[in-house]
Design a protein around this ligand. Structure first.
Ligand code: PSU
Ligand code: MN
Length: 308
C-alpha cells in the first residue's frame, strides 16, 4: 500500500511500513501543550530512542507548515516543544484548517490516530486520553478523542484517564461508543498518576500477543473502532490517588476562576497540576509515557507478526 498522497513520511517510516516492519505512532500535543519546555523535548527524544532500542520505528506525528508529517526530526521536536505559541492544538476537526493555512498543528490523540491510520500504522502510544470532563453534564465538555476512538481502528496505549476527567462517565461513554477498553495486566482501570481508580477495567490482557490477537479479531470482523489499552503507571513512579486528588480539585477551581473553556481546558489543567505538585506530576507523567512506549513497541511487533 503506498502512503496517502497528503502525508509526508520520513524515509525511516516509509521504509518500515513498506517492509511490513513494526511502527509506533506518537502524538505532538503532549509535546507542545502537555508538558513544559525543555522536559517535553527531552521526553519526546527519549521515547523515540526507547522504541528504536526495541527494534521498532517511532513515528511522531504533527502538521508542520501545513504538511501532515509522519515521523519528525530532532529539530522538528525542538520547535514543537519550544515555539509553543506558534503551534496550534489540532484535533481532527482542525486538520483541514491547519493544512490549508500552512501553519503548525500539534496533533491530539484524535488527530494523531486519524493520520496514523491514513499512514497504515495500527499502534499508538501516549500518556493520557481526553474524555468526559467533570461537570460535563452541564458544560458538555467531552473530548473528540472519544469520537475518534469510536471510528478509527488504531490501538491507543495510555495510562488510563486522570481525574481532571470524570472517570466513571468516561468509561460509560466509551461503552456507548463501542470502544474496547482493555486493562493491561490489571483488573482495575488506572487513573494516570495512580494505578487504581476504583473502577474496573471492562477487559483484561496480559501480554502483547494477547492484545494483538484481540485487535486482529475485532478488525477482521469489520468493527472499525480503535482500542483504549490502559496500562498502569509503574508502581515505583505512581502518585497515590489521595495525594493527587486535592491538587486536581485546586486546579479545577483555578480554571473556573479564570473562566477557561473549550480546547484550552486540558492544557491549562495539565500545566497547573505540574505547578501545584512542584514538578512531581511531570516526573510521573514522563515515566508513564515511557512505560507506554515500551508496551507500544512490543505490541507493534506482536501485531506485525500476525499480519505478514
Ligand atoms: N492528557 C494528558 N496529556 C495530554 C493530553 C491529555 O495527560 O497531553 C492531550 C492529548 O493530546 C489529548 C488532548 O488528545 O490533550 C485532549 O484534549 P481535549 O480534552 O481538549 O480533547
Ligand atoms: Mn474539550
Amino acid at each position: 500500500m503506498s502512503p496517502h498522497p497528503r502525508l509526508q513520511l520520513t524515509d525511516e517510516v516509509r521504509e518500515a511500513l513498506a517492509d511490513g516492519r513494526p511502527v509506533v505512532a506518537l502524538e505532538s500535543t503532549i509535546i507542545s501543550h502537555g508538558m513544559p519546555y525543555p522536559d517535553n523535548v527531552r521526553m519526546a527524544g527519549e521515547v523515540e530512542d526507547l522504541i528504536r532500542a526495541e527494534g521498532v520505528t517511532p513515528a511522531t506525528i504533527a502538521v508542520l507548515d501545513g504538511a501532515p508529517r509522519v515521523g519528525l526530526t530532532a529539530d522538528d521536536l525542538e520547535m514543537l516543544g519550544k515555539a509553543v505559541e506558534s503551534v496550534t492544538k489540532a484535533s481532527v476537526r482542525d486538520l483541514g484548517y491547519v493544512v490549508a493555512k500552512g501553519v503548525h498543528g500539534a496533533t491530539t490523540v484524535a488527530a494523531t490516530m486519524r493520520l496514523a491510520h491514513l499512514a497504515g500504522i495500527a499502534v499508538f502510544a501516549t500518556g493520557g486520553l481526553g474524555g468526559v470532563h467533570r461537570g460535563a453534564t452541564s458544560s458538555m465538555d467531552v473530548s473528540a478523542d472519544l469520537t475518534e476512538l469510536s471510528r478509527t481502528p488504531v490501538a491507543v496505549i495510555s495510562a488510563g484517564v486522570k481525574s481532571i476527567l470524570d472517570i466513571g462517565l468516561t468509561l460509560e461513554a466509551m461503552e456507548t461508543l463501542s470502544i474496547p477498553v482493555i486493562g493491561y495486566q490489571t483488573d482495575e482501570f488506572p487513573s494516570f498518576y495512580s494505578r487504581s481508580s476504583g473502577y474496573a477495567a471492562p477487559m483484561r490482557a496480559d501480554s502483547p500477543e494477547e492484545l494483538a490477537a484481540i485487535m486482529a479479531a475485532q478488525w477482521d470482523l469489520g468493527v472499525t473502532s480503535g482500542f483504549d489499552i490502559a496500562s498502569p503507571i509503574p508502581a515505583a513512579d505512581e502518585i497515590p490517588a489521595d495525594q493527587i486528588a486535592g491538587i486536581i480539585t485546586q486546579a479545577l477551581a483555578d480554571m473556573d476562576e479564570l473562566g477557561l473553556t473549550g480546547k484550552d481546558t486540558t492544557p491549562y489543567l495539565l500545566g497547573r497540576v505540574v505547578e501545584l505538585t512542584g514538578g512531581a506530576s511531570l516526573t510521573a507523567n514522563i515515566a508513564l509515557v515511557k512505560n507506554n512506549a515500551l508496551l507500544g513497541a512490543r505490541l507493534a511487533k506482536a501485531y506485525a507478526a500476525l499480519r505478514p
